[in-house]
Design a binder for this molecule. Structure first.
Ligand code: MF3
Ligand code: CO
Ligand code: CO
Length: 251
């Protein structure tokens, strides 16, 4: 069942969305070569707690941290680790979810560690563009397939591949709600979007090939080809005035 949120509920989602986004970008600003992904997660965790929200990923299906941190060929769901040190030239995808007053926020960004290669820079730019191509389609009357089509169409223009195994989702009183929001689709197909729906649009894009595998830690998803991968995500409300991004940072 796809839930439709009232104005009051959307206001609560904007509040937690802002905290979630600020936690992500506060963490992002602290990124430097030599730090561990565990340290980065700790900064994000403390920001969430200090702003009265709940780091809901801790214990989510057994996940042990407040954020997923995925480096280079890691696409998503990387476990923050004291052994994983960021180095100049890395790209690092950070995905933060948090809860407050019964509502969830969820947002991700792929950061550069210092100076990165031209290839990496283009992948980040393309994946971020894909996110906004998807968001543009989140208007009443459109269908879920319009979002996925826009994302995949933009992605394939670069010769990159969207990961088909993991997808976006509805969000609200739960982190993961209906509908499913794939990063691929057919225009005019899938559930119709109506005002008050809130969805997470989150292109997960591999530089080479769509295939992925999960590392023996049971979480970290990496590209099968070993190529770089990127992930950007916003929580978006469908409104009569167009898509409203609920996870805009205000830092
Ligand atoms: N934030 C992720 C998403 O975008 C959810 C991660 S679940 C975890 O849907 F268990 F891996 F943390
Ligand atoms: Co997320
Ligand atoms: Co999500």
């Amino acid at each position: 069942m796809i839930s439709v949120k009232s104005k009051t509920e959307l206001e609560k989602m904007r509040k937690i969305g802002t905290i979630t986004a600020n936690a992500l970008h506060f963490g992002g600003q602290s990124i430097k070569a030599g730090m561990t992904t565990y340290e980065l997660d700790k900064i994000i965790h403390d920001y969430i707690v200090q702003h009265g929200a709940n780091p809901c990923l801790v214990g989510y299906m057994g996940f042990p941290a407040s954020s997923c941190i995925s480096v280079n060929e890691q696409l998503i769901h990387g476990i923050p680790s004291k052994k994983l040190r960021l180095k100049e030239g890395d790209i690092v995808s950070v995905d933060v979810s948090a809860e407050m007053d019964g509502f969830f926020g969820d947002t991700a960004y792929t950061f550069a560690v210092g100076k990165i290669s031209k290839e990496a820079e283009q992948l980040l730019k393309a994946t971020n563009e894909c996110l906004y191509k998807g968001i543009e389609q989140a208007v009443p009357g459109n269908r879920i397939g319009d979002i996925g089509y826009a994302i995949e169409n933009h992605c394939s223009g670069y010769g990159y591949s969207v990961c088909r195994k993991y997808i976006g989702h509805g969000i609200g009183r739960k982190l993961h709600e209906d509908p499913e929001v794939p990063n691929y689709g057919k225009q005019g197909h899938g559930p119709r979007l109506v005002a008050g729906m809130t969805i997470c649009i989150e292109p997960m894009i591999n530089a080479v090939g769509e295939n992925v595998r999960v590392l023996p830690d049971g979480w970290t998803v990496v590209t099968k080809s070993g190529s770089l991968a990127a992930h950007f995500e916003h929580t978006v409300a469908v409104t009569p005035d167009g898509p409203v991004i609920l996870t805009k940072p205000t830092l």
